[in-house]
Design a protein around this ligand. Structure first.
Ligand SMILES: *[C@@H]1O[C@H](CO)[C@@H](O)[C@H](O)[C@H]1NC(C)=O
Ligand SMILES: *[C@@H]1O[C@H](CO)[C@@H](O)[C@H](O)[C@H]1NC(C)=O
Ligand SMILES: *[C@@H]1O[C@H](CO)[C@@H](O)[C@H](O)[C@H]1NC(C)=O
Length: 475
């Protein structure tokens, strides 16, 4: 590992720290169908939903850099892995590799010789994946989860290069996977460079063009994996995903998260009891076959929910902010709720009583998860799947509750005063959901300009301030 890379990553991280401004409003949760019941401030279903549906993607995991999720998975046979170094020696011991050569290349920094080793997997490798910016050696959260597995406690003072081989060795010795995957872009910590992979080629490369600077190609490659589906060469088994937002697994974290913005959530405050429970869950993964009897495609389910709401909530927010008649927003609400607006749900009177809209709320809130409430499906779910089910259920519930309350109000009486209340409600909902899809430049940057500006300003001119100013303003 080169110092350069660390410095570079520090810079990137600082930059994204500036960008991240999300806050979680405190709200109250209850399982009832009362349209006025907000989610509890301690509920985490929406956080499980967002972290799990953001797995393998660069952008959301940069924003929320302290990982909370560990997932077993596989790297299929025939996958290329790259390793850059300054000498022509094939590693025989445990070492690092990357799924993108652009990242591996950073590790052979000129003026020394640049050797690029390409290995290919000869069988499926069993891997354990850490979300967040888990390859970033920063003391404020990204390494927490690894520390817990390795040392049973978080050691911020060990978030540096000196401890990296110790980390690798302990992970390999303790948990029995072929490799551990950390994310900046995908960094593969291989436990054995000769078992399950074979050398495809090992070549000395000529010096790379430096314009606009050394890490240009790497930055580019990280952007390939910004959004869904992320790095598709890695296959994760969600039916055995472990989340530290699981309040059954780690109840001690509820109080340490209390009152904090999501960006500040860490697993640092976990107690010994919960740490032991976590370690037992992770140790058991090695023995588990990667299958579930339910057959549910959770990734697809989560993304169908996102697809349905992400863009349209953003449009609704924009329409409410603009000087357009509130009627436009109401039509959007009708469209959003179209599959659930029952013919039988008729506004009873000109009053604030919205119970007539409850059947619409229920239909909307249970749309994706109703099938899984049956005993026969419940019996097939793994503990991880129960967590995912709750996450989908709670996320849908709050989206639907918020939309139905506004829509029901509009059905009874639509006035321009509704606009400000609705705007606040949509802002609150989107803030609570925290989806990275909404963390964008408006208007969007022309992609190559973003990269060139980012890299040139940051590295050649120096300084995070210029880096920030170089980007188009965030809304
Ligand atoms: C790596 O795997 C090879 C082949 O299975 C084995 O002979 C060797 O001992 C392993 N090395 C380590 C460090 O486990
Ligand atoms: C949320 O958790 C905090 C800290 O454990 C606790 O003080 C508070 O009462 C909880 N709130 C609710 C509504 O359960
Ligand atoms: C509701 O009441 C307001 C005034 O209180 C009235 O202007 C409006 O027409 C009423 N709407 C319905 C649907 O009865």
């Amino acid at each position: 590992m080169q110092r350069f890379v660390l410095c570079y990553m520090l810079l990137l991280l600082n930059f994204w720290l500036l960008l991240a401004t999300a806050t979680c409003n405190a709200v109250q949760f209850n399982q009832d169908w009362n349209l006025n019941t907000l989610p509890s401030p301690n509920t985490t279903g929406h956080l499980v939903f967002d972290t799990v549906s953001s797995l393998l993607q660069h952008w959301p995991n940069t924003k929320y850099h302290s990982g909370h999720t560990i997932v077993p998975g596989t790297i299929p046979t025939g996958t290329l892995l790259f390793h850059g170094r300054n000498d022509p020696d094939v590693p025989t011991a445990r070492e690092w590799a990357a799924t993108d050569s652009e990242f591996a290349r950073l590790f052979c920094v000129e003026p020394e010789e640049c050797w690029l080793l390409t290995v290919v997997t000869t069988r499926p490798l069993r891997v354990l994946y850490f979300d967040g910016s888990s390859a970033t050696k920063m003391p404020d959260g990204p390494m927490d989860l690894q520390d817990l597995l390795i040392w049973g406690a978080v050691h911020p003072e060990r978030a540096n290069l000196d401890w990296e081989y110790e980390r690798l060795n302990r992970l390999c010795d303790t948990f029995g996977f072929d490799a551990y995957i950390r994310r900046l872009v995908s960094e593969i910590m291989l436990c054995n460079f000769t078992d399950g992979v074979e050398v495809q080629n090992f070549v000395r490369l000529e010096d790379e063009e430096r314009f606009p600077h050394q890490a240009y190609a790497f930055l580019h490659s990280s952007v390939w994996h910004d959004n869904y589906p992320g790095d598709s060469r890695l296959h994760l088994d969600l039916t055995h995903a472990i989340s530290l937002y699981d309040t059954v697994l780690a109840p001690s974290l509820v109080s340490s998260r209390h009152g904090q913005t999501r960006r500040d959530h860490r697993v640092l405050g976990i107690d010994e009891h919960d740490t032991r429970a976590l370690l037992a869950r992770v140790r058991a993964l090695r023995l588990q076959s990667f299958s579930s009897n339910s057959g549910v495609d959770w990734r697809a389910m989560f993304h169908s929910i996102r697809d349905r709401y992400a863009t349209r909530l953003e449009v609704l927010q924009t329409v409410l902010a603009e000087d357009t008649p509130v009627q436009s927003a109401f039509i959007l609400l009708q469209t959003l709720l179209a599959p659930y607006r029952l013919h039988s749900a008729v506004a009873r009177s000109n009053s604030s009583d919205t119970t007539w809209a409850t059947p619409v709320f229920r239909l909307c809130a249970t749309a994706d998860t109703l099938f899984a409430e049956s005993e026969s499906v419940q019996a097939t779910l793994t503990p991880s799947e129960h967590l995912l089910l709750t996450a989908a259920r709670e996320t849908n519930r709050e989206i639907c509750r918020t939309l139905v309350v506004m829509w029901a109000e509009g059905v009874v009486s639509l006035s321009s005063e509704s606009r400000w209340r609705w705007r606040a409600e949509v802002d609150r909902l989107m803030d609570w959901l925290g989806w990275a899809a909404w963390n964008n430049c408006r208007p969007a940057c022309v992609f190559p300009v973003r990269i060139v500006l980012l890299s040139r300003r940051a590295i050649l001119d120096g300084g995070v301030e210029q880096l920030d100013a170089a980007l188009c303003p965030l809304v």
